[in-house]
Ligand binder design. Structure first.
Ligand SMILES: [Zn+2]
Length: 398
């Protein structure tokens, strides 16, 4: 049997599987699509592995507020856990993580894959993170076929809600962190192969402003405009933007008939911070701004939301893991380097719970979260080889 032929068939299969997964819409709120992706992955693991246990895990509803300030409970899909059972005594527990959801809504125009050229495949979630799901599985399959099988008590955890900040699956992170030595996460690497290192923290917030309605012609001065209150808030809060703090006012809703002073408005805000002190500073400053605006007669403001991802600030354990990965990459002649990023992911949350992790071990790709998202197909084999080398190294070090 030609080994090379065998390998290339294997990669053709991997590409077909990425396409099949990406052609299923699995937006975070498309629970049917998430379930389909989950079933497909379960079938693939069942086909390829013997010593595994598969478990679907129900998640609590996402709690949020709508534009009227009313509490919303949004159901989420099920998480998927696949555990290697019957590993050797003393085998190292290692978590491999990824997500099944994408940012593309069920009614998005971007639903299927398109081959741009021999090496570039465009499609929803091909890099973020369906390519990574395939890389992870194939690396585990090759590891289990190697002489080192059983030396790692691995578990795969795939969540259905990463793209909306993991509101449901976060409840499981503390346990995942305490039951594992480290995590390998399969978010896409950058196009040049670099790996995300320091990450900013982030949170989504919603400001609800309530005022007093009044007829513009007859009683304008009796009204209190909720839209003006939101505008005052934006002007003041925008001044907090700095080198290390990003505040984006992403969505605004409110008002109604143009001859009525608006009594309701809402504002969606995304905030990113570089360190934990900034997190406290921003929250204090926003509350001060709100307190000041609330002194206006008949104006009420409420700020909902929180920082759901703390910044990932490298420490010596992260450096050690990165060095191990860089040394595996060097042996394989795979170019790798580290880059700081303003983006964040579940790696931030696991890190906060004390679980050291490298979170961009998936395929190389780019333009994620847009209709131009692509995966570099030559990175599949490269990244499988890298993960296999990492697992092998981890299996044989203390
Ligand atoms: Zn992702």
């Amino acid at each position: 049997m030609s080994n090379k032929q065998d390998k290339s068939n294997h990669y053709q299969e991997a590409i077909e599987l990425i396409k099949a997964l990406a052609n299923i819409n699995s937006h975070s709120y498309n629970l049917d699509g998430i379930a389909q992706v989950s079933l497909k992955i379960q079938a693939e693991y069942q086909k390829r592995f013997k010593n595994i246990q598969i478990e679907e895990i129900e998640l609590p509803d996402q709690i949020s507020v709508d534009d009227n300030g009313q509490e919303l409970k949004i159901p989420l899909g099920k998480a998927l856990r696949i555990k290697r059972i019957n590993a050797n005594a003393g085998a190292k527990p290692i978590l491999l993580m990824g997500h099944m959801d994408t940012v593309f809504p069920i009614d998005s125009k971007f639903q299927t894959c398109k081959e741009i050229n021999d090496n570039i495949l465009n499609g929803p979630g091909v890099a973020d993170l369906k390519g990574g799901l395939v890389v992870m599985m194939q690396a585990l399959e090759e590891f289990e076929a190697s002489a080192h099988a059983g030396k790692i008590a691995w578990q795969v955890f795939l969540n259905p809600d990463e793209e909306i900040g993991s509101p449901g699956s976060q409840t499981l992170f503390k346990d995942l962190a305490s039951n594992n030595d480290l995590a390998l996460i399969y978010e896409p690497g950058l196009e040049d192969g670099s790996i995300a290192y320091r990450r900013k923290g982030a949170g989504n917030f919603k400001l609800i402003a309530r005022g007093k309605a009044a007829h513009v012609g007859r009683a304008f001065n009796e009204g209190a405009s909720a839209i003006l209150a939101v505008s005052d808030f934006i002007q003041a809060a925008n001044k907090l933007n700095s080198e290390s703090i990003i505040i984006n006012f992403g969505k605004i809703e409110g008002g109604g008939p143009l001859n009525v002073v608006p009594d309701l408005a809402s504002l969606g805000i995304n905030i990113r911070i570089e360190n934990n002190e900034d997190m406290v500073t921003v929250e204090n400053q926003l509350n001060k701004i709100i307190d000041k605006i609330k002194q206006t007669e008949n104006i009420k403001l409420e700020l909902h939301g929180k920082f759901n991802r703390k910044p990932k600030i490298p420490d010596s354990r992260l450096e050690e893991l990165y060095d191990l990965i860089a040394s595996c990459a060097k042996e394989l002649n795979i170019p790798i380097s580290k880059k700081d990023t303003g983006g964040c992911c579940d790696g931030n949350n696991l890190y906060e719970h004390g679980l050291v992790n490298i979170d961009t071990l998936g395929v190389r790709g780019g333009k994620i979260h847009s209709a131009e998202e692509f995966v570099c197909l030559d990175s599949i084999e490269e990244r499988v080889d890298l993960s296999l080398a990492i697992l092998t190294r981890l299996a044989n070090t203390q």
